[in-house]
Design a protein around this ligand. Sequence first.
Ligand code: PDD
Length: 286
Amino acid sequence: MTRTVYVNGEYLPETEAKVSIFDRGFLMADAVYEVTSVLDGKLIDFDGHAVRLKRSLDELEMAEPCSREELLEIHRKLVDLNGIVEGLVYLQVSRGSDGDRDFVFPAAGTPPSLVLFTQSKPGLADSPAARKGAKIISIEDIRWGRRDIKTVQLLYPSMGKMMAKKAGCDDAWMIEDGYVTEGTSNNAYFVKNGKIVTRPLSNDILHGITRKAVLRLAQEAQMEVEERLFTIDEAKSADEAFTTSASAFVMPVVEIDGATLGDGTPGPIARRLREIYIDEARKTAI
Ligand code: PDD
C-alpha cells in the first residue's frame, strides 16, 4: 500500500513527497526527530514527545515548525489516513535550506522542514521478540557529546546495530569511560536482587520518554530503582536486564557479550514492567 506522508504542509503519496537536496537535514544531519508509538490507533505519550521535540529545537536554536495542536492534528490524520492500528509515527524537523550548501546556518526566517510518516507494526504489543528476549553485545560509545538532543546523526548507532547482527545478536549497548551509556536506540537497565539500576540523565544519554514512564510505574509498583553509573560486568552478572524505547516498549535482555542472564529467558521484573507499561500506555493514549 502506498502510504500517505506529510511534507511541509501537504499530505502526499510517499512516491510524490519531496525535500530539497540542499536541505540541511540531508547534507549535515542538521535535524531532530521523534518516534511516537501507536496502539489501538492512538498515540502513546504524545505530550512527552512534543515537549522533548521543543527542547531539542531550543538546544539547537532551530525554529518550531508549528504548534503542539497542529502537530497532534498531523499525527492523528496520518494514523487515520494510513489505517495504523499498531505502529509508529516518525517526525523530523530540519533547519531547512536557503538554496545552497553552507556551514553557516541559513538566514533567520528560513522555514524549517517538517516531515512525518507512519510505519505499521502489527504485533508491537504482543511481540515475539519480547517473549524471546534480546541478545546484546557491548561496543565503544564514540558518538558526540550531546546525546540528550535527539538529532538524526544515527550513523554510529546504525553501525552498532550491524555489529550486533554480524555477531548473531540483536543490539548493542555502548560504553564510555568504562560505564554503559545506553543502547543504540534505547535506554539500558539491569536488575540485581530486585533492584533496577539505570544510568542517570545527563548530556550523555537520550532522556527517554519511555524511561520516564517506566521508572515512575516501577516506583508506583514498589520496585526499587537506583540511578547510577554501571559497568557492563555488573550487567553481565545481573539477574536480568532490559531496554526501553518508544519503538519496543520494555524489551527483556537475556544475553550480554555471550553471558546468559538468569535462565536465559525474559526475567520477571522486565516482563512485569512491560505488562504494566503497555497497560498504562493503552489507558492514557490519545
Ligand atoms: N530511539 N536512547 C537512544 C539513543 C534512542 O535513540 C532512543 C529512542 C531511546 C529511547 O527513547 P524513547 O523512550 O523516548 O523512545 C534512548 C527511537 C525509538 C528510534 O530512534 O527509533
